[in-house]
Design a binder for this molecule. Structure first.
Ligand code: ADP
Length: 391
């Protein structure tokens, strides 16, 4: 034993300890500042050997790292005894970003200066940061557009339209629509952040799915009627569809998927809403022969019995390459951005987070020019004996 340390002074144990550290570590030696090729690493733990694809514990530093930022940090630690940080980016299909820290270890036994080089993977942190910055940029852009339009019309109403009642009426109508658009956006943003906050808390209620759909369909009927879109909802009388969930959030899922089906339907078309219960897997048939299918939310791997809701429309459909991006915030398929169909681009992101929280699933299948089908799955609630009722 060494002094008061409970660990034995066993070099094998220390080597195993360094090897077991999850972050890559190199110890570098170098005696002459101008002799770059003379820098050697004299210890590389397992994580460092994997990261830098090293075959040995020792070798020439330049054969392991060529990044000038990292080499500069090593030199500052070796010759100026100063702490230095840098960033090391790996190349390849899955590039990673690592924070590098170089610290002086002072001279080794032979008097040669030593430095410790540690790498810490910050790829995920940077991704989260990037997503947050993009989200803020998108949200402010989406708010700025209607705001600019409102400011423009206020100026016009104060100027040449001041004494023109017809123009005033028309501009006020447009301003109202822009204000509504901002209100919708703010409501969706607030809703999304609240849902994300609760996403890891499983919902505790039990919801009658058929009842919820019935209410939402009834409320959406006037929206469909404006464009002659008929809503075809036929709940099966014998279907018991109690699902585990929070009622308000399930209403939001049904509302968003139904709104989209109506919004993207041609005038006079029919939107079908179908319910199935007692499903053991996410196996709803595609609405169109050979239609590409994609799971936007994969359900919990543990065995479940599901109830599903299918929203089938005869709208423009969605090209296969656009399917994976549908539930990204603010994503809209090109060419579907404007006009009376305007939405916030947040609807499917909200649906995705709610279904995630409910440990359900979401599948989209679509054929361009023929229509789309969105299917939401919710785990069914067990009855008091723990038996799930199937249809
Ligand atoms: P939005 O508020 O723009 O409808 P969503 O998040 O609900 O936002 O949908 C994202 C995009 O997915 C839409 O802008 C649209 O391009 C496409 N989309 C969603 N539902 C349908 C549908 N039923 N038919 C065709 N395209 C759809």
């Amino acid at each position: 034993m060494d002094g008061d340390s409970p660990l034995p002074a066993d070099s094998k144990l220390y080597a195993a300890l360094v090897d077991a550290l999850p972050d890559p570590i190199l110890v570098v030696a170098g005696s002459i500042r101008d002799d770059l090729t003379g820098r050697r690493f004299i210890l590389a733990n397992a994580a460092a050997r994997e990261l830098l694809r090293l075959k040995a514990q020792e070798g020439n530093l330049l054969s392991a790292v060529r990044d000038p930022e990292v080499l500069g940090a090593v030199d500052r630690a070796l010759f100026d005894c100063a702490d230095a940080d840098g960033v090391y980016e790996t190349t390849g299909a899955q590039s990673r970003s690592l924070r590098v820290r170089a610290r002086s270890l002072g001279p080794g036994g032979d008097g040669v200066p030593l430095a410790l080089l540690t790498f810490h993977d910050e790829t995920e942190v940077r991704l989260v940061e990037r997503t947050r910055v993009d989200f803020l940029a998108n949200a402010s852009h989406e708010l700025r557009t209607p705001l600019a339009s409102l400011s423009g019309f206020i100026e016009t109403l104060r100027g040449h339209a001041r004494d023109d009642p017809a123009a005033r009426e028309k501009f006020l109508g447009i301003m109202q629509a822009q204000a509504d658009r901002m209100a919708r956006l703010i409501a969706d943003l607030t809703s999304l952040s609240r849902i994300e906050l609760d996403e890891h808390v499983p919902p505790r209620g039990v919801v009658d799915l058929a009842l919820v759909v019935g209410e939402v369909v009834e409320a959406a009927a006037p929206l469909g009627a404006q464009r002659g879109v008929k809503l075809d909802w036929r709940p099966c009388a014998a279907c018991e569809a109690s699902v585990r969930g929070e009622r308000d959030q399930i209403v939001q899922v049904v509302q968003n998927l139904l709104d989209n089906a109506i919004k993207y339907s041609p005038d006079g078309a029919v939107v079908r809403i179908e319910m199935q219960t007692g499903l053991t897997e996410l196996a709803a048939a595609a609405s169109h022969e050979g239609a590409p299918r994609l799971s936007l939310v994969a359900p919990d791997p543990s065995p479940q019995i599901y109830a599903s809701l299918r929203f089938v429309d005869l709208g423009p459909g969605i090209a296969r390459q656009n399917l994976p991006r549908l539930s990204e915030r603010f994503y809209r398929v090109d060419g579907q951005k404007s006009g009376a169909r305007f939405g916030t681009g947040l609807g499917l992101a909200i649906v995705k987070h709610i279904i995630n929280r409910h440990r359900g699933g979401l599948v989209v299948s679509s054929v361009e020019g023929e229509g789309s089908t969105f299917t939401a799955y919710f785990p069914m609630a067990a009855d008091p004996q723990g038996v799930v009722k199937a249809s």
